[in-house]
Design a protein around this ligand. Structure first.
Ligand code: 5AD
Ligand code: SF4
Length: 418
């Protein structure tokens, strides 16, 4: 039997009641003004989409959304755990909030998202930052009204990093800064367990929204003036797996493409191991597809791909790229690359360089490996010093700059009609 991953209507109604309760509490606390809420989101597009729902909930609870933390009555950081650097930045910024809390002791400080979902991080925040009032993980996002109401009522700190496989909460209010370029989550979580990646640990198991909910929301977004819709999921190619409907990602794209309106769609992220011929054919035949494909390769060496648990070889990736280029010669290709995975040698890194030379991406997101607690790679021996990895990293950047310049030159020449 399929597990019920959807938050029930009854539970969502309870949250609306909590939201009304917060509204009344705020009226008593701030009889002469509308309280202000400042939020900041770190990290990926999935986090940005969560942040838009958080802002929607805060607005529904009676907060005015502000762009400055200084005179805010609530400050919320929606955090990212993907690399150590991202986490350290957040810790630094939480430290800087102390002075605001001193000036305004009634200010509520909340930390949520991927960092807060890791219990050891939640404990660290609890211990090292006593002026933080509320900490909650990704799985508790839809319960923000309840958690905030308890924080305001009890005046006690609330830490909620409860583990869960993850749920889907439909119908949350959304406050977007931008209505023309819109993110539309279609699924959550990840089951791939790439050995370096913390996402499956903080975002739970893979689960898909119902196609009719997605298409209805897409229709509303288009009617609201969207010109670009980006479908979001950690691995959109496995959309629909394990759900009650037999709609797969290609079917969903066909449904979206059939919607009327002057819009384009994009999607992130596509996993090369699940990128099927059916999908490429569907994309090639879609009139609204923006012809951009983000296909993270991570590295060019078969031994490292295996150690990363990526599920494809260099040759399989390259033949997929060839198929995509053949079917859509005007496609714009982007990728993610990790430099310096544990035990990677310079010769193996050179295979990444040669793969990049072959594919000639339009742009790349490049990262130096960052050990993440709880992942397999965290336990692996890593003898190459960071200074050496940084040299490889700049070599990769130089190569990409060269490719981009050459591509721009070709583009200019063709535009000039030569
Ligand atoms: N270290 C470095 N980069 C990472 N990524 C994910 N986890 C790590 C890590 N531990 C990169 C991958 C992924 C992108 C979103 O972030 O390239 O595709
Ligand atoms: Fe992380 Fe791999 Fe899942 Fe992407 S597919 S979120 S890299 S585990």
């Amino acid at each position: 039997m399929l597990k019920d991953i959807f938050v029930s209507e009854k539970q969502m109604k309870e949250q609306i009641e909590y939201s009304e309760k917060v509204k009344s509490l705020l009226c008593v606390r701030y009889p002469d003004k509308k309280p202000k809420a400042f939020t900041h989101t770190y990290g990926c597009q999935g986090n940005v989409a969560d942040g838009e729902r958080i802002r929607g909930m805060l607005a529904a609870m009676g907060y005015d959304l502000t762009n400055s933390p200084e005179n805010a009555d609530l400050v919320l950081y929606n955090t990212c755990a993907i690399r150590e650097h991202a986490e350290n930045r957040v810790f630094g910024n939480i430290g800087a909030l102390k002075k605001y809390k001193k000036q305004n002791p009634g200010m509520v400080i909340a930390i949520c998202g991927c960092m807060a979902q890791q219990s050891y991080v939640a404990q660290k925040i609890e211990k090292s930052f006593p002026y933080v009032d509320l900490v909650f993980g990704t799985h508790a996002l839809h319960r923000l009204p309840e958690l905030l109401s308890k924080t305001l009522c009890r005046g006690k700190r609330i830490i909620d990093a409860t583990e869960s496989d993850g749920v889907i909460a439909e119908g949350l209010p959304v406050a977007r800064d931008n209505n023309t370029d819109v993110f539309l989550p279609i699924m959550y979580g990840c089951d791939n367990f790439c050995s370096y990646c913390v996402v499956p640990l903080v975002r739970g198991r893979e689960r898909s929204r119902r196609p009719e909910e997605i298409i209805k929301e897409a229709g509303d977004i288009i009617a609201g003036g969207a010109r670009l819709i980006t479908l979001l999921g950690q691995n959109v190619n496995s959309y629909g797996k394990g759900s009650e409907s037999d709609t797969d990602f290609s079917d969903l794209i066909r449904m979206l493409d059939a919607l009327p309106g002057d819009f384009q769609f994009d999607f992130m992220t596509s996993h090369p191991k699940d990128c099927s011929k059916k999908l490429i054919d569907t994309l090639a035949g879609s009139k609204h597809y923006c012809r951009h494909l983000h296909l993270p390769v991570q590295c060019g060496s078969d031994r490292i791909l295996k150690a990363m648990n990526r599920g494809y070889t260099r040759a399989q990736y390259l033949s997929l790229i060839e198929l995509v280029k053949n079917r859509m010669p005007d496609i714009s290709l982007t990728t993610d690359i990790i430099v310096g995975f544990p035990s990677e040698t310079y010769e193996e890194f050179c295979q990444t360089l040669s793969l990049v030379e072959k594919v000639r991406y339009d742009s790349m997101y490049t990262f130096v490996f960052s050990p993440r607690k709880g992942t397999k790679a965290y336990e692996m021996e890593d003898a190459v010093p960071k200074s050496e990895k940084m040299k490889w990293f700049s070599q990769l950047l130089k190569l990409q700059e060269k490719i981009q310049k050459e591509k721009q030159k070709i583009k200019k020449t063709t535009q000039m009609g030569c």
